[in-house]
Design a protein around this ligand. Structure first.
Ligand code: TEU
Ligand code: CA
Length: 556
């Protein structure tokens, strides 16, 4: 019987370049993470997930890997890695690495060889196609704007890159490619790594014949995700990876699956353990009036609560007893949760952050905490393009504002301020000193200006901080099978102010009530009959639910 420690764990995601610098170069590194292990241990998390730390030209901050069995010198040496891994294990925690095998860097030796000719050992490692009428083989657009194909004269062909042109897609139809991937996975697992987060793993199986994709209105390129997500051979590839690698180790896996549905996920996370343990689904973070709109995710009006409740509840209900969910509000690709799903108004920020924590952590699934979420870090509210470093933003500005002129710069900057990935990538805020204690040198990226008010030092000194609240949420989960394994029942789906749900397990019931508004509201879910109030973000009692008030009741 495969062990299921992944179901009992709380996972903390570290964005290494922004977490802690230890060698005065302004870039976070592995020894900096080692320095902060006591902080993470004290929070109570069980597993650490590091974004990619391999050799990379950093076109996409490490998601363009040039050598999978190496450490990016910016982060340290392989010895530093080995020391970090043993410290993590000595602290009773586990480590997940980020597996990025839908694509490599164009600087990877495989691609450097593959692009030279059509008849070398690496020629078929990537997706090459002849021009069609002198143009790209189909209408696919890249996630990072522009076409998903780039022409290489020495081969006289185009290669596919669903992301940047510096991120050529691997050809998973080629069994030699798959074997190389399995070998590099074993390299890390044999070192004692405890599993993988798998980057866009549901994009690896491309559709037969690479047909054109649906064109968004007024668009220049086809919207590729509905076509390439969850491709025809994906289950076959995941089952082969499981047989060849995953099943041989006591590890956990989480597949990042943009565009997947709960039906797909019941197979990817099936209880026989023949594929993965869980997935990152995107339904609750892609709620936008018109997801196919040219600016896609960036047109993000204020979240409508019934839609958010429906998105999260659908996954809770559909995977219950059939698969397993990850639970997240934040990661390195998403804006800061308190700003996006509630408010970062200083008047309510702390209560709102605690409310979001309660709402998510008492669901069924494995919770992920993104660095800084545990102290209620907020969006940056930057206003100028020069304040952004993410190629996703820069490429889209060029295409949408400068080339196609479909949006004015001011409006574009407003949308981006609300949704950019850079909201999650400013340095971790440790204290109110120089550069928030992240580095004593020039930081690689600017800090959020509010670090003097929002930082770990302040949080650890304040018993009512978000930090200690998250510590309690994690402790309650560790102590309660009801929280970990109970089923899920959404209450009042159409209520657009309050998110309320129940969990049931072995005759016990948990009732979670969260007011997502800055108004005082009155709701009766029978909470007065509860045996115990497990946790709340208000210290005193009240008949009504105050702004952003959350409560979790236990019925024994
Ligand atoms: O993200 C894939 C992905 O779907 C995101 O790019 C998403 O589309 C968008 O950025 C957020 O709405 C993964 C990694 O998490 C991301 O950092 C990489 O840029 C990307 O894959 C390519 O490796
Ligand atoms: Ca450093």
């Amino acid at each position: 019987m495969k062990s299921t420690w992944f179901k009992d764990s709380v996972i903390y995601q570290i964005y290494p370049m922004s977490f802690q610098d230890s060698n005065h170069d302004g870039i976070g590194d592995l020894n900096g993470i080692r320095q902060r292990l006591p902080y993470l241990k004290n929070l109570g998390v069980d597993v650490l997930w590091l974004n990619p730390i391999y050799k990379s030209p950093n076109v996409d901050n490490g998601y363009d890997i040039a050598d999978y069995e190496s450490i990016n010198p910016d982060y340290g040496t392989m010895e530093d890695f080995d020391n970090l891994l043993s410290d993590i294990h000595e602290n009773g925690m586990k480590l997940l690495m980020d597996l990025v095998v839908n694509h490599t860097s164009d600087q990877h030796k495989w691609f450097q060889e593959s692009k030279k000719s059509k008849d070398n050992p690496y020629s078929d490692f990537y997706v090459w196609r002849d021009p069609v009428d002198g143009h790209e083989p189909n209408n696919w657009g890249s996630y990072f704007s522009g076409p998903a194909w780039t022409y290489v004269p020495e081969r006289g062909q185009y290669y596919l890159h669903l992301f940047a042109k510096e991120q050529p897609d691997l050809n998973w139809e080629n069994p030699v490619v798959r074997q190389h991937v399995y070998d590099l996975m074993k390299f890390w697992l044999d070192k004692g790594v405890d599993g993988f987060r798998m980057d866009v793993i549901n994009l690896i199986s491309k559709p037969e014949g690479l047909p054109d994709a649906p064109m968004p209105e007024g668009g220049e390129y086809g919207n590729v995700e509905p076509l390439v997500a969850d491709g025809p051979r994906l289950n076959e590839f995941l089952q082969e990876m499981n047989r060849e690698v995953l099943s041989k180790y006591d590890i956990m896996t989480v597949g990042e699956m943009p565009g997947s549905t709960p039906e797909d996920a019941t197979q990817y996370t099936n209880l026989d353990g023949t594929e993965l343990n869980m997935v990152f689904q995107f339904q609750h973070v892609n709620l936008s009036p018109n997801p196919d709109a040219r600016l896609g995710k960036y047109i993000d009006s204020k979240i409508k609560l019934p839609e958010l409740k429906q998105a999260l509840s659908r996954w809770e209900e559909d995977l219950d007893g059939k698969g397993w969910n990850s639970l997240y509000w934040n990661n390195h690709d998403q804006p800061r949760a308190v700003s996006r799903f509630a408010t970062d108004d200083p008047k309510y920020r702390v209560r709102a952050a605690k409310m979001l924590g309660t709402t998510l952590h008492f669901m069924q699934g494995t919770p992920f905490v993104y660095e800084g979420e545990e102290i209620g870090m907020t969006n940056n509210h930057f206003t100028k393009l020069s304040e952004y470093e993410d190629l996703e933003v820069k490429n889209l500005y060029k295409q949408a504002v400068e080339d196609e002129k479909i949006i004015k710069p001011e409006l574009f900057m407003k949308y981006v301020a609300d949704r950019s990935r850079d909201n999650a990538r400013t340095p971790m805020q440790w204290d109110d000193g120089k550069n928030a204690g992240f580095t004593d040198s020039e930081p690689w990226y600017r800090l959020n200006p509010n670090y003097p008010e929002i930082n770990v030092k302040q949080a650890v000194d304040d018993k009512d901080s978000v930090y200690y609240y998250y510590q309690k949420l994690i402790k309650l989960r560790h102590e309660s099978e009801l929280i970990r394994y109970g089923n899920y029942e959404l209450l009042d789906p159409t209520d657009d102010e309050v998110f309320a749900y129940k969990r049931h397990y072995n005759g016990q019931t948990l009732l979670v009530i969260s007011n997502f508004t800055d108004k005082e509201v009155s709701r009766d879910y029978g909470q007065d009959a509860a045996d115990e109030l497990l946790i709340s973000n208000y210290e005193d009692k009240s008949e009504n639910l105050r702004p952003y008030e959350t409560r979790a009741y236990l019925f024994k």
